[in-house]
Design a protein around this ligand. Sequence first.
Ligand code: MSP
Length: 553
Amino acid sequence: MNKFYITTAIDYVNSVPHLGHAYEKIAADVFARFYRLKGYDTYFVTGVDEHGTKIEKAAKAANIAPQEFCDNITAKFIDTWKTLNISYDDFIRTTQERHIKAVTKIFEKLYANGDIYKDSYKGWYCSGCEAFLQEKDLVDGECVIHQRKAEWIAEENYFFKIAKYKGRIKQHILDNPGFIQPEGRRQEVLHLIDDFKDVSVTRQSVEWGIKVPIDDTQTIYVWLDALSNYITALGYLSGNEESKLSPTLSLTMDSTHSTSSVTTSSPTEERENDGKFSRYWPANLQLIGKDILRFHTIIWPSMLLGLGLTLPETIYIHGFIYSRSLKMSKSLGNVVDPNELVEKYPVDAVRYYLLREVVFGADGDFTLEAFEQRVDADLANNLGNTLNRTLAILNKNLQGIVPEGEVDSNIIALIEKVVNDVDNSMKKFAIQDALISIWELVNAVNKYIDNQKPWAIAKLVKENPDDKNTFKSLCDVLYTSLESLRVIAILLSPYLPDITSKIWEQLGIIQPLQSCKWDNIKSNQLKTGTKTNHKGPVFLRVGSELADKSKKL
Ligand code: MSP
């Protein structure tokens, strides 16, 4: 069986999640659900980055111990991902013992390999980036991304020999056009890799981090710690010996994603995790935002080569979500809280807007006006309406029972085309194109109903109950619509898991939608005699006050 291992960046917990964080996790969730649907052995990891100066400072400002501060914010991330139906298999925290133990060994292994050396360092540090910046990157002494003063730091650090690996990485990028995507980002990396300097991988003045095993005056640099999560989550170097560190309490989600609980990892878990590493590494898709490109395309591959591990298949760099065309910031008051959106609107409206409106890989913008317009047009008017009117006519004329019928040949051909198009688009990471293709089918079915006018055929059937041909055409039209809706629900399930499960329920299909596989899409699988379950529109216009009602259906 093919496998698909997908990861996201792990979020800093200096503040609560915003729509930008949510965007990345939703996109990753779509790929995970898509590959599960395709029958791949899929593993999806996300989590939080809890160490470093940024968190240390935020905890201090809140007057709370760093671990407690992390526990509070991490719980908010977990809740948000639950609300947004993010179907991750593992949620890693960098303060978990399993991670700390493995990162310590990763450091030791790289040091033993001669990849880490001690030197003194002087430079400008931005705690927003958690990185040293060059003088030329500063404007009036400020980091341009975080618009805050960089600090002058002079200290003894351990350095990672990027110089040892960058030639091999460059060659790998040249030989494998799919390694860094989209292409513009690949070019960006090719431009900066030659001048990339060795990086400091420890800090002297930062307390909140993993201690350097060979020198307890230093902590491991937050990026070396964080990047390792992609392999420590799979149990890399988890070993079975007792940890020298005291156990760290950790907040984890159970596998049904429904509850959070405080746990420590057990030896059994470690043994299982050993298996996960060989089962899932290398990652097939690592999703990250554009601001953390160089960490993932130069430092991370260098670490992997140093550890003797295979590089991931694809690192895909998505764009940023802006709010009213501006970077979300507390001072501008334009931070969009995904939880507030989901309190007011159906969760799939939020997912749909981000996935359909933004070209994956490019930047996108969020405004309430565009949001309401997009979801009202596509979800309420087209998708919701197609189901609603089909089931209403079926109820009125055939007691809501799926008749025996033949699917229209044009619709069969379109289904075949759309299934192929969606598959191809997803291979190219073109989520928006995949949705546009699915809507080709939604619109075609709506138009088919308009043209065939089943309500008028039904009237003729009532007038001439013995006319078998008219009755057959009514059955064919309704069966075509119902069968198309079944296909649409399966195709759309990775993107809109909530609405599609409601469509599924109304269609009355017994096999759970989650257990459907790509092969189930083939036409003519809707069983004659199925009792549908019409409950009204699955999606009401969000612009209307009825929005809340559609959430409850
Ligand atoms: N902790 C590091 C990542 C370590 S990964 C080993 C970090 N954290 S972050 O919280 O700042 O960002 C997490 C992810 O969210 C990153 O991929 C980042 O690019 C993404 N985004 C942060 N703001 C964003 C938007 N406004 N829009 C889209 N994605 C954004 O960096």
